[in-house]
Design a protein around this ligand. Structure first.
Ligand code: IPE
Ligand code: IPE
Ligand code: MG
Length: 242
């Protein structure tokens, strides 16, 4: 359980809901996919800014379990973009010391994409400067449901005692089992909701909702948010030492 902390707490884990690509494209009279391409380009510079800001974990929401409701053209375009992104960024991510992990349900993703995701995780597994987690076909409720299913199976096969199940047990079954909880969750594009992102993990996260559309989000915006975060008081239900 984290202790209450005063000002200048560190944002060790920052999670971002990268929203607003569609509106960014629309404002330029371009197809939505153009906005997604512009959005994908912003990720690396934000990742590269992390070490000097003390951010060791960066988690980004790329595709939700609800995003399948979009048109077939947009979904197919996004899946293609993810494959292209992995192929074009892999070397640079390795060189930048980034360890990449994916969270979300891979079963619904096409095998070629899953293969590229596995390869990128493998290629970057020795890195530790920044831990980048990309959420694809991720939903917080779906993650808890999948974790519960696996836990139930372990109980059925006798490897888990149901009376021992507590918060830590469930956390170990989540996709994020290797990650600390996010200290700060940023959402771009002006929407103030969490859209099924890291529901369990963000119980005590600070939230920052900014108006900027994701393709316009700069390292300077990121730095400013991190600086503001440092001045917040986090109490975790307790009291600050006076
Ligand atoms: C976020 O941008 C990216 C994904 C959800 C894949 P949107 O595509 O949601 O952009 P808006 O919200 O329509 O502007
Ligand atoms: C959340 O954005 C998902 C991602 C950024 C990948 P959405 O645009 O899908 O969320 P809603 O539909 O506005 O809640
Ligand atoms: Mg959106």
């Amino acid at each position: 359980m984290p202790e209450a902390q005063g000002p200048l707490g560190k944002a060790e884990h920052v999670a971002i809901i990268m929203d607003g690509n569609g509106r960014w494209a629309k404002a330029r009279a371009k197809p939505r996919l153009y906005g997604h391409q512009a959005g994908a380009k912003r990720v690396r510079e934000i990742v590269e800014a992390c070490p000097q800001l003390g951010v060791r974990y960066l988690t980004v929401f790329a595709f939700s379990t609800e995003n399948w409701r979009r048109t077939q053209t947009e979904v197919a375009g996004l899946m293609k973009l993810f494959k292209k992104y992995i192929l074009s960024e892999a070397k640079k991510l390795v060189e930048a010391g980034v360890c990449v992990r994916f969270i979300g349900d891979r079963l619904r993703l096409e095998p070629r994409l899953v293969q590229l995701m596995d390869e990128l995780e493998e290629m970057t597994s020795e890195n530790s400067l920044v831990n980048l987690t990309i959420a694809i076909n991720y939903g917080g409720r779906d993650e808890v449901a999948r974790a519960s299913r696996r836990m139930a199976k372990d109980v059925a096969r006798g490897t888990l005692n149901p009376d021992s199940v507590n918060e830590q047990t469930l956390a170990r079954y989540l996709d994020t089992y290797v990650l600390p909880d996010p200290d700060l969750v940023i959402r771009t594009s002006g929407e103030a909701r969490i859209s099924n992102f890291l529901l369990w993990q963000s119980a005590y996260s600070e939230y920052e909702f900014v108006k900027t559309l994701w393709p316009d989000f700069t390292v300077t915006d990121f730095e400013e948010i991190i600086a503001t975060f440092g001045a917040r008081e986090r109490r975790f239900g307790g009291l600050l030492a006076s």
